[in-house]
Design a protein around this ligand. Structure first.
Ligand code: IMP
Ligand code: MG
Length: 177
């Protein structure tokens, strides 16, 4: 599969993804039985996962979308991130953040800090994919679809330079980018 100038190999089929999404939803349905949930989906990459996951949720729930803009600052700790579009009051609410992939874990660490400061009753994370570096940060991610190696992936919402989000399956780039 060629996307822009790079070749990618099939990595996780749409059938496997579908099965995993159902499993995650089943877990969430059980864990939050009787509760009213607020899902917060992190754009852009999570839009496909969010749409599929939410259709398997049979709880009373709401869904909202946020965006994180990172702008680099020349300091050793890397990127400063700004949260855009959180219009809901999450005070005393049960929240699940929906993410496509957690790589270094920095985005999620930062976001969880911001969320916690707003006084929710609970915040958990559902991510479709998780890379080893993030596993090592000790971030507490409750719902993980697939743990994958440190390679670049596209499809099912994930992009390479803006392209590839529309692919039904997930593809992997073998060489280092
Ligand atoms: P982190 O802060 O390093 O965890 O970065 C997470 C964000 O980087 C994700 O939300 C994605 O937008 C992007 N990202 C990380 N790895 C990949 C990948 O393999 N493919 C596409 N986007 C990725
Ligand atoms: Mg993302």
């Amino acid at each position: 599969m060629k996307v822009k100038d790079k070749n990618f190999d099939l990595y996780i089929s749409s059938q496997k993804i579908k099965k995993k999404v159902k499993e995650l939803a089943k877990q969430i349905n059980q864990d939050y039985n009787g509760k009213h949930l607020l899902f917060i989906s992190i754009l852009n990459g999570s839009y496909v996962f969010t749409a599929d996951l939410l259709r398997e949720i049979d709880l009373s729930c709401e869904v909202s979308f946020i965006k994180i803009s990172s702008y680099s600052k020349m300091e050793s700790n890397g990127n400063l991130q700004e949260l855009i579009g959180l219009n809901e009051n999450i005070f005393q609410r049960d929240v699940i953040l929906i993410e496509d992939i957690i790589d270094s874990g920095k985005t999620m660490e930062n976001l969880l800090d911001k969320m916690q400061s707003l006084g929710p009753n609970s915040v958990e994370v559902a991510t479709l994919l998780m890379k080893p570096e993030a596993i090592d940060t000790g971030l507490d991610i409750k719902y993980i679809g697939f743990e994958i190696p440190q390679e670049f992936v596209i499809g099912y919402g994930l992009d390479y330079d803006g392209a590839g989000r529309n692919l039904k399956d997930i593809y992997q780039f073998k060489e280092k980018l």
